[in-house]
Design a protein around this ligand. Structure first.
Ligand code: DGY
Length: 322
């Protein structure tokens, strides 16, 4: 496949890059610090591996008349214009499953950090304000025996439910199609969105980004939540209307938020959310562990190489020829 050209949008582990390079010509963008050019300045491609969320638009796709496969290093593929790929017969792959536990761990990390004030506590000590034991500072909220409302009960939602149960939490969930099998297996309860928002101490978001889920948490939804509730978004930034969230946090309509994803990413340096002390924000780290990122890169490589050969992708989203 030496003549086939592939572009990788950010550095992936060298051993994976080398395996791809053994089979085709690879151009890999050298840094994460400057956005990759994914249309101009690169020759027409046979394969594209996206490691990041820059839009792969119809215009970008049009620059590569022979594009055979787009391999996403990640489970979410909302940045890829799948309709154009369908029309053009381009295969699209992603990396589901392998990151569910890791992302669920991060959900719990954010939930615990927000409820127990871990970030302000660390700042308190690091800025040398810890001068005596003060029993009256940084009181948080109990996690154990609290109610968690999981929005989106897919692989990640399921893994979050299992962790929440280990904390003796009461688990509510909302999903378009009920998972009665998981209700039975885990003892979790299906409720509608309104019930979930009203009843939960913690609301965690795990839905894919679609037209339907864009801004699904806005002013009206935040108004339904308890004033003691904490919102965790580890799905996609645009699932939450950030200006409505800012108002809700500033006015104490909800107690706090922990975001692993934002709209846009990164947030502009003067974004109002950055000035609040009841929000913590991580730079999109849900699946960022050494083990999981290696597995994701491996799966993405397998998708890419299969797609270049015209074979069925092992982890396909869209496989027009199969
Ligand atoms: C995913 O897997 O979708 C993460 O957001 C990383 O892209």
């Amino acid at each position: 496949m030496a003549q086939l050209k592939v572009f990788i949008t950010r550095p992936i582990p060298e051993e994976i890059r080398a395996k791809i390079a053994a089979e085709c010509e690879v151009d890999m963008w050298h840094t994460s610090a400057i956005l990759p050019p994914i249309a101009e300045k690169i020759p027409p491609l046979d394969g594209l591996m996206t490691y990041g969320h820059e839009p792969v638009s119809p215009e970008m796709i049009a620059t590569s008349p022979n594009l055979k496969v787009i391999s996403v290093v990640g489970v979410g593929y909302d940045h890829v214009h799948v309709e154009t790929c369908r029309e053009r017969g381009i295969a699209v792959g992603h990396t589901p499953g392998v990151l569910s536990d890791t992302t669920a761990d991060m959900t719990m990390a954010l939930l615990l950090a927000a409820s127990r004030n871990i970030v302000p506590a660390d700042k308190h000590v690091q800025t040398k304000q810890w001068l005596y034991y003060d029993p009256n500072i940084l009181w948080g909220y109990d996690v154990h025996h609290a109610t968690i409302g999981i929005v989106g009960m897919g692989r990640i939602g399921y893994a979050v439910a299992k962790r929440a149960l280990a904390f003796d939490m009461r688990v509510l969930y909302y999903k378009r199609e009920r998972r009665r099998d998981w209700e039975e297996e885990l003892g979790i309860k299906y409720v509608d969105m309104e019930h979930l928002l009203r009843d939960s101490d913690f609301v965690t978001l795990h839905v894919p980004l679609t037209d339907e889920t864009t801004h699904m948490i806005g002013k009206a939804e935040l108004a339904l939540m308890k004033s003691t509730a904490i919102l965790v978004n580890i799905a996609r930034g645009p699932v939450v209307d950030h200006y409505a969230l800012y108002d809700a946090l500033r006015e104490g309509q909800i107690a706090g938020a922990a975001l692993d994803v934002t709209e846009p990413e990164p947030l502009n340096i003067d974004h109002p959310l950055l000035g609040l002390d009841n929000v913590i924000i991580a730079p999109h780290l849900g699946s960022a562990t050494i083990q999981t990122r290696m597995k994701m890169a491996t799966m993405a490589m397998e998708n890419l190489l299969a797609g270049l050969k015209g074979e069925q992708l092992p982890y396909g989203v869209l496989q027009p020829n199969f």
